[in-house]
Design a protein around this ligand. Structure first.
Ligand code: SF4
Ligand code: SF4
Length: 196
């Protein structure tokens, strides 16, 4: 067997790493080749029954370079970032980072999300944080309702929550300029990494 740099590495095909796995390793620091398919990640994940691919299947697909297959699943959209898979992994593969990486790649490459409402929720949240410098739940809820076409249905719930003081009517602005600068910086860094 080929000698590998890290003794924990488990090469399914000695010396082989798919282009897709290599790019995720370079951009997000996760080495799919570390996985030895023990399935502890999947057995701890609270959402596997709803996922097109379980977490262990995702990391295996990444390793094999099945980019289209894995990017066209709902798995990484359903991931709630609880971190259980990462905490349970004896190989410290950082599966949660893979889920993040897949969502980033899918957005960058214009792949239609399998869970459009969840994607719309993330985009609404990021828009609000970027422009207000902090979370503003009423703004996220409003934007999300517009994006998903559920304004009528959500309005009644929103009004009830406002009356109970669970939502704030007006936003606060906090370091919004700084936050916009930060978003720009991250976008630039991502472009540079994607081109390198
Ligand atoms: S827990 Fe880690 S090593 Fe085990 S299957 Fe999941 S990713 Fe692979
Ligand atoms: S972080 Fe995501 S994939 Fe991992 S266990 Fe939690 S929901 Fe499942």
């Amino acid at each position: 067997m080929t000698q590998t740099a890290d003794p924990r590495e488990f090469n399914l095909i000695p010396g082989h790493i798919s282009e897709f796995a290599s790019s995720i390793k370079a951009l997000h620091g996760v080495d799919a080749n570390m996985c030895f398919q023990c399935r502890k990640c999947s057995s701890g994940c609270p959402l596997t029954e709803f996922m097109d691919m379980t977490p262990v299947q995702v990391i295996h697909a990444v390793r094999l370079g099945l980019k289209d297959e894995v990017l066209n699943t709902n798995t990484y959209w359903l991931c709630v970032a609880c971190g259980t898979c990462t905490a349970r992994c004896p190989q410290e593969t950082g599966l949660l980072k893979v889920m993040d990486a897949l969502a980033n790649i899918a957005i960058r490459e214009g792949i239609q999300p399998k869970e459009p409402d969840i994607a719309a929720f993330y985009k609404s949240g990021l828009f609000i944080i970027k422009n207000f410098g902090m979370m503003y739940e009423t703004g996220v809820a409003g934007l999300l309702s517009l994006k998903t076409g559920n304004l009528g249905r959500d309005a009644a719930l929103g009004i009830r929550m406002l009356k109970k003081g669970k939502l704030e009517v007006f936003p606060h602005f906090q370091n919004s300029r700084e936050m916009k600068r930060l978003f720009k910086k991250v976008a630039k860094k991502e472009r540079e990494l994607a081109q390198s």
